[in-house]
Design a protein around this ligand. Structure first.
Ligand SMILES: CC(C)(COP(=O)(O)OP(=O)(O)OC[C@H]1O[C@@H](n2cnc3c(N)ncnc32)[C@H](O)[C@@H]1OP(=O)(O)O)[C@@H](O)C(=O)NCCC(=O)NCCSC(=O)C[C@H](O)C(=O)O
Ligand code: MG
Length: 294
């Protein structure tokens, strides 16, 4: 498999105004860090938060963790300065909040081009408005245009609840159509998608159930609000030993000379096709990428 995988099982938010959290993040076993300038930061603290994030990212020390800065929207008093500061700091990605359509990403990508930002600086998009749910496929199409840099969707279930008036209920029955629509859209754009946050961070049982649900839906990982959520998240979004062993068995079976011209075979009484071998190779590639991360 030629594609290389970057594990995005966990993405921990932290307010840019919280210097202790920015420091502690260097020691946490998470795949991604989202350093927030938007909703977790009060208006009076925006300038301090921006400065602290620039200093933290410039100083580095985040190791293999993917560093993402969530900026304020361009329709706010802080958006332009946030983007300029993020480009100067050089994170892996900028997370654009409250994306309503492709034009929102085009505006940010245009500023990155004007600032000569390196191509490795990607955009992530918050999917959290009613309009974004209706236009998810169009927004995801940015993933096919290198100029638009889109590499990941992030579900914003808190804002979705606020804007639609849907309730955040256990099991998320009311949100499932939007979540699955965004999963499908992300795949059409060739990008990753991360599930929304679980606010009740002391309820680890409920959190684990929601992680399992997200993994079943095809999410690549989940956004987190507290370090205590990391372990359950990784357990849900890492391939299990059983999945790895099954993937190896499928690969080995199709590698046998007697199966060379077969499209479908049986293993342990189950029908297995070459598409399952493709899926298995993906599982193995993810497992290898996680192991390589250490
Ligand atoms: C929710 C919190 C404010 C709780 O913080 P605190 O009271 O400090 O918790 P603890 O005392 O239990 O903390 C224990 C130690 O862990 C560190 N800590 C806590 N949270 C984080 C974190 N997010 N990142 C890094 N480190 C963290 C504390 O510093 C303690 O460390 P130590 O000093 O060594 O003891 C807090 O957890 C928090 O601010 N969480 C993130 C909030 C946030 O960023 N929200 C924005 C995104 S959520 C969202 O809305 C998504 C989307 O937009 C949507 O619409 O849905
Ligand atoms: Mg939000």
């Amino acid at each position: 498999m030629s594609q290389t995988f970057r594990p995005r099982r966990s993405a921990l938010y932290m307010p840019g105004s919280n210097a202790r959290a920015l420091e502690k993040a260097r020691t946490l076993d998470v795949d991604c860090l989202i350093l927030d300038l938007e909703d977790a930061v009060a208006p009076d603290a925006k300038d301090v938060a921006r400065q602290q994030i620039v200093e933290a990212v410039t100083a580095g020390g985040y190791g293999p963790r993917e560093v993402v800065i969530r900026v304020n929207g361009l329709d706010t008093p802080w958006g332009e300065a946030d983007i300029a500061a993020a480009v100067a700091a050089g994170p892996d990605a900028i997370l654009v909040p409250k994306v309503n359509g492709l034009a929102d990403l085009e505006r940010v990508a245009h500023r990155l081009a004007l600032a000569n930002a390196p191509a490795r600086l990607k955009l992530w998009a918050m999917m959290e408005t009613p309009q974004a749910m209706l236009d998810a496929a169009a927004i995801a199409s940015a993933g096919r245009d290198p100029n638009l840099r889109l590499s990941c969707f992030v579900m914003g279930t808190n804002d979705l609840a606020k804007e639609t008036r849907a309730r955040l209920v256990k099991g998320r029955s009311v949100m499932l159509p939007w979540l699955m629509t965004c999963v499908a859209a992300a795949r059409t754009g060739g990008i990753d998608i991360l599930d929304g946050v679980y606010n009740d961070f002391n309820d680890l049982e409920g959190f684990a159930a929601e992680c399992a649900q997200g993994a079943e839906m095809g999410m690549d990982g989940k956004t987190l609000v507290h370090p205590k959520q990391v372990d359950a998240c990784h357990a849900a979004f890492s391939p299990s030993e059983t999945e790895i062993a099954w993937a190896r068995r499928i690969n080995d079976a199709f590698a046998l000379p007697e199966n060379a011209d077969k499209g479908a075979i049986q293993i342990d009484g189950k029908m297995v096709e070459r598409l399952h071998a493709d899926m298995g190779r993906r599982v193995l590639a993810i497992a290898e990428a996680i192991a390589a991360r250490g």
